[in-house]
Ligand binder design. Structure first.
Ligand code: NDP
Ligand code: OXD
Length: 310
């Protein structure tokens, strides 16, 4: 069996090739990038596959995303309409995401930025935390990662609510779904965590009218995709003080351009798309197991519904 690996980063390509060859007995994995010779492969794995891959490499039966998100695949022109697209499910990302988001929520709840300022000013002053029962945390997107984040936060005793496209039930989480419920969901969020995939339905969802539903002084945490947010609307809400802060891991343009206002905004915390990184060994194990299932004619989970875009 031949597996083609395409990824903009050469070291990552090689890492995947090595792990897949180890995990899948009898498989030959090879890296491919634009301009490489034509060939044949049974499966493809990668990030942002260009149309040239599908023109040059024949025989591909399914494409595996090296991420949980698949917008990087579907936004590429030339992805064959009938080719099954399979994404990573957790593969070690849920724990990372739960930790990243819990860290942010706990920092915000405990007013750590104000204490850091007090230290700079040599001020010894105790700040009263808000009543925990009134500190609602909302997770928008209750899939594999969102559900893990909501579960972790509920374990800290915050009142956690969640919002998804279809109705969900998660122990300890008040679940909302459907457009009519959105304003009610947002009104209860002192911290709103975005955990949605980027699809035609979610692109630009977070704009002025959406942000206006959040309580004054709320925080936004975006660990999903930059394209969910209209950046100028977010900046306006931060500038006016309507929003107290934003923690942003993902951006419309990545890497975030060095002149972007987010870098120096006093109410913004930036991280470079690291909320949950792909763990190659663990992910390759998951992909290899799914390839074995497909070869036996069995169904696999994580198959993307192209009509929904996730
Ligand atoms: P899932 O597909 O498991 O979950 C998606 C969730 O979003 C589901 O609950 C789904 O609803 C909900 N949803 C989708 N569209 C809408 C909509 N229009 N309105 C309301 N809810 C909607 O994805 P994962 O949890 O695995 O991953 C989520 C995203 O996290 C990825 O797509 C990726 O963009 C991002 N990510 C970011 C990383 C980082 O490092 N920053 C790392 C990994 C992922 P329903 O339950 O009804 O299907
Ligand atoms: C992913 C990501 O989608 O890293 O997995 O953003």
């Amino acid at each position: 069996m031949r597996i083609v690996v395409t990824h903009p980063n050469a070291a990552t390509r090689e890492h995947w090739c090595a792990e897949i060859s180890t995990q899948l007995a009898g498989a030959t994995a090879f890296g491919w990038q634009d301009g490489d010779p034509a060939g044949r492969a049974d499966y493809a794995i990668g990030w942002r596959p260009g149309a040239a891959l599908f023109a040059a490499v024949s025989g591909i039966k399914a494409f595996f995303s090296t991420g949980a998100g698949v917008d990087h695949v579907l936004e590429q022109p030339g992805y064959p309409t009938e080719l099954p697209l399979i994404r990573l499910e957790d593969a070690g990302m849920a724990q990372q995401m739960a930790e990243y988001c819990s860290y942010e929520v706990i920092r915000i709840y405990h007013q750590r930025e104000r204490y850091e300022q007090q230290q700079r000013d040599h001020v010894w002053h105790e700040l009263e935390p808000p009543p925990r029962a009134e500190f609602g945390v909302g997770v928008m997107g209750l899939g594999v990662l969102g559900a893990a984040v909501a579960g972790a936060l509920s374990g800290f005793g915050y009142p956690v609510s969640g919002y998804s496209r279809s109705p969900r039930q998660i122990a300890g989480v008040t679940c909302f779904s459907g457009a009519a419920a959105l304003p009610r969901f947002l009104a209860g969020c002192r911290v709103l965590i975005l955990m949605l995939p980027l699809t035609p339905a979610t692109t630009g969802l977070v704009e002025s009218a959406f942000l206006a539903h959040l309580p004054t002084g709320a925080h936004l945490v975006n660990v999903a995709r930059g394209g969910l947010v209209i950046e100028d609307d977010l900046l306006a809400a931060l500038d006016s003080g309507r929003l107290a802060g934003a923690t942003l891991d993902v951006f419309g343009q990545e890497p975030l351009p060095s002149g972007h206002r987010f870098w120096d905004h006093p109410r913004v915390r930036v991280t470079p798309h690291i909320a949950a990184i792909t763990l190659v060994a663990e992910s390759a194990r998951q992909v290899a197991a799914k390839i074995r299932q497909l070869e036996l004619g069995e169904p696999v989970t994580g198959l993307v519904d192209r009509s929904r875009g996730y």
